[in-house]
Design a binder for this molecule. Structure first.
Ligand code: ZN
Ligand code: ZN
Length: 64
């Protein structure tokens, strides 16, 4: 189901498009990002760099 998540610090979620309303969040006042994940991890929207970070150590072991 389509939903919207804040990519800032608050981790906010909404079923409808809106802006982040969390005071102090770096994305406060910014529109939430569309997401359609089914596992609740919002991987398509939230820090996708994390997956790359996890893969790097494996590459290092390969090189040894
Ligand atoms: Zn936020
Ligand atoms: Zn999601």
């Amino acid at each position: 189901m389509q939903h919207y998540v804040c990519t800032g610090d608050c981790g906010g979620e909404s079923e409808r498009s809106k802006v982040c309303e969390s005071e102090g969040c770096k994305n406060e006042g910014q529109p939430l990002s569309e997401c359609s994940c089914t596992d609740g991890f919002h991987k398509g929207v939230l820090d996708t760099d994390h997956e790359i970070d996890l893969a790097e150590p494996m590459d290092d072991e390969d090189a040894l």
